[in-house]
Design a protein around this ligand. Structure first.
Ligand SMILES: [Zn+2]
Length: 384
């Protein structure tokens, strides 16, 4: 599930934070990325990186699907990393960082007393490829991980909406997706031009019932059944595989029952999507579910009501995916993760060490600028 660069979780979050024209963002990102890669060739590059940004404690990285080939259900989403690239990333992390478990993170109070340069590896969306390819490699490199799961899709009885949208777009074109949008948006306000727009504009704007209606319309347009497509694809883990993951030092985490935009949930939906998912996963795995990953990874979905619900239902950590650095003394209820795609050490260094720091600086500066603007506005309000 979930979108990237063009459609990626991390990038969607990034776009929302940046608020700049797309061309400016892409151009500046490329230039900064190249500078980050060049820095890798300089001795003491990690020390230099520390000078760039503020204190950077726990690095958290996020992967989704680990596979050498995309299918119609994943092509264009930017969620797939090849096995070779994943192995390169794990080797890089094991060599230059100290991989830690969620247990260590929870025990060590926000990363302050964790080992030097700690990194936490996470996987979202319960792709079967994680069990088949990623977990054995994690064991090989001694890397623990957290696996965030939507219980509705276990055993491939249902298909996540994101993968269904992707399948319809790849098989029938965006016109079919727009037809499904019109089925639930009778005012015809939204006409998407890309998968990115489906994930970043349309889905966050609709209610849970409209989301179900959109799913039904897509299934009709695809002239198939959701269950048939899910079974045929075999995209997600089975209950048995979920239980096996603990032998690879994987902890299971909550990612909502059906992978929804949490900003659209009312408090009465929390039981259905959050508490129910936790209970089902604990029942199957026989282990406590202690962490939550916000679907689509955006701060906008971590509403105060959701945050309060998570704290009151036994969750001890919440993860976003806006690809920004976590400051020293990170808040366990708002940890950020970096989406990793690079293959070379230079690319990985830039993705994990440089760009997240720069984004964090940018967010702080834009926060200062915004608060300055707010002060000016309130001053004017007082004057008037
Ligand atoms: Zn997800």
């Amino acid at each position: 599930m979930q979108p990237d660069n063009q459609v990626d979780v991390a990038f969607v979050g990034e776009e929302q934070t940046l608020g700049l024209p797309v061309t400016t963002r892409s151009g500046s990102r490329t230039a900064l990325d190249l500078a980050g890669r060049a820095l890798w060739r300089i001795p003491g590059c990690f020390d230099i990186a520390r000078l760039i940004g503020p204190g950077f404690s726990l690095r958290c990285v996020i992967f989704h699907d680990i596979s050498d080939a995309e299918s119609s259900l994943t092509k264009g989403m930017g969620v797939t990393v090849t096995r070779a690239n994943f192995e390169s990333a794990l080797r890089f992390l094991a060599e230059h960082y100290t991989p830690v478990s969620l247990h260590e993170v929870l025990e060590q109070s926000g990363g302050r007393r964790l080992p030097p340069r700690p990194v936490l590896v996470t996987f979202d969306d319960a792709y079967a490829s994680v069990v088949e390819f990623a977990a054995p490699l994690c064991r090989k490199f001694g890397v623990p991980a957290v696996f965030f799961v939507n219980a509705a899709f276990l055993d491939n009885q249902r298909l996540a909406l994101d993968n269904l949208v992707c399948h319809v777009a790849n098989s029938f074109g965006l016109d079919a997706v727009n037809a499904a949008i019109r089925a639930v948006d009778d005012k015809e306000r939204i006409q998407v031009q890309s998968l990115t727009e489906v994930f970043s504009l349309f889905l966050p704007s609709i209610s849970l019932p409209a989301r179900r209606g959109f799913c039904d319309a897509l299934v009709q347009l695809a002239r198939t059944s959701e269950q048939g497509l899910a079974r045929e694809a075999g995209l997600y883990v089975t209950s048995r595989q979920l239980r096996e993951l603990s032998s690879f030092n994987f902890e299971i985490g909550n990612h909502t029952y059906t992978h929804v935009n949490c900003r659209s949930l009312s408090e009465s939906d929390f039981d259905e999507e959050v508490a129910r998912n936790k209970a089902v996963l604990e029942d199957i795995s026989g282990r406590l579910v202690r962490s939550f990953s916000v679907p689509y990874g955006s701060t906008a979905d971590l509403t105060p009501a959701l945050s309060a619900h998570l704290r009151s239902t036994g969750h001890e950590a919440i993860f976003l995916a806006e690809s920004v650095a976590n400051p020293t003394g990170v808040d366990l209820f708002e940890m950020n993760r970096v989406s990793v795609k690079g293959r070379s050490d230079a690319e990985l260094f830039s993705e994990i060490e440089i760009l997240p720091r720069l984004r964090m600086l940018r967010n702080r500066l834009s926060g200062i600028a915004n608060s300055g603007l707010t002060r000016k506005v309130s001053h004017l309000e007082r004057v008037n």
